[in-house]
Design a protein around this ligand. Sequence first.
Ligand code: MG
Length: 350
Amino acid sequence: MEIISMDWKVLNIPLKKPFKIALGTMENYEGVVVKICTEEFCGYGEASPSPKIVGDTVQSIVASLKRFKPLVIGQHVENYGKIMEEINRNMIHNSSAKAAIDFALFDILAQMAGMPLKNLLGGKKERIETSLTVDISSVERSVKHAEELLEQGAKVLKVKIGLNPDEDIERIKEIRKITDVRIRVDGNQGYSLRQAVKVLNAIDKYEIEFAEQPLPVGREEEMKILREKVPVAIMADESVHNSHDILNLIGKVDAINIKLMKSGGIYEALKMASIARAAGMKIMVGCMIETKVGIAAGTHFALGVGVDYADLDGYWDLKEQPFDGLKYEKGYNYVYDKPGLGIKELSSIF
Ligand SMILES: [Mg+2]
């Protein structure tokens, strides 16, 4: 089926409150949504920039999409692998822009097949538990934030740490006092090896599921040492973008966080999941701040492949929801029983 159009729109949506993690603070979400159409079907995609993780901005995403457009128009969706590889040959990195095109192609493919995308990808699960995120603020405010998320049905909390070791220990201790749901932590590269050893050993007694990326990118050898010195499982996030990165992490971490914005979409993420499984690593599907277009793609991927964990709450902090595409109920993400990604525009974007 021939692709006849590819358009995009830049979104600027305020957050409900500033989102603070060890890498910095965000007040607005600026991202790009993409719509690709054949005569019969249209597919949606999204690119969420992360200058400090992927190395892109809204401006660089738009520039990449302009460059990729001639490689997409006139191609046949059935040859999606060929399209993605040509895009990869045309430009390295710029993975969020690639992900946006990849989602739209998979959306159309699944519509052609007449099934939800999760089924095209394997149909392993019907729903997946997602963590909800407590960002960094005072211990008191973190506890209050955790309380609010628990009221909304959270079954897993992901608590951001990595700026102040003593305060982080206190934060986990106080949150554990109010709940017995699972708690995972995310250091976003904020600690030194010495600090990570101290914090993870101290919080182990509060039953921590795993710790995401406590150390900076480039310190993968130290992650191996850390893994031997603490009882908490270690997950790589910012250290793993694509399938090549996983090879370098075998034996150094217990688990990886696949984010479609880092991998450049589902086509590459499927390779990552295979390698991680073969290496005996657990898999989480995570996200950036994204609308429900990106989060629906992540959820379909997580359900199709049947990953171990999900952290797919990126739209929660947005003040407005321009799209629908998934449902959250009592701690779980569900997708709709509709062909493709199942995206609906709630305000007219295109
Ligand atoms: Mg993370």
